[in-house]
Design a protein around this ligand. Structure first.
Ligand code: FES
Length: 102
């Protein structure tokens, strides 16, 4: 099978993360597509601002939360990637960054 045959059988899809095009394959999760594109962290912790991305990869740890098409708190490891998805930092992270201890 040539690469042209493969592209006809398995058309490449595309999402956008912070405006950057992210190619994806049918059946790939959002998290897998981000990692395949070299993006290993897409949100940060409330304390310390440490980067987070895939950890367990099976929907248990919630490290991979991301905003998909404006809906926050989606687990990137469980959501199938789809053509035209818009991915962004989790909206709650930005709000939580403004919270200061009393
Ligand atoms: S990586 Fe653990 S829930 Fe998604």
């Amino acid at each position: 099978m040539t690469s042209q045959d493969a592209s006809k059988k398995f058309p490449r899809l595309q999402m956008a993360f912070r405006g950057t095009p992210i190619p994806t394959e049918p059946g790939q999760s959002v998290g897998a597509a981000l990692v395949a594109a070299g993006i290993l962290g897409w949100r940060s912790t409330r304390k310390g601002g440490r980067p987070r991305g895939l950890f367990c990869g099976i929907g248990v740890c919630f490290d991979c939360l991301i905003t998909i098409d404006g809906v926050p708190d989606q687990r990137a490891c469980l959501i199938p990637a789809a053509d035209g998805m818009r991915l962004a930092d989790d909206a709650h992270d930005e709000e939580d960054d403004d919270v200061r201890p009393a």
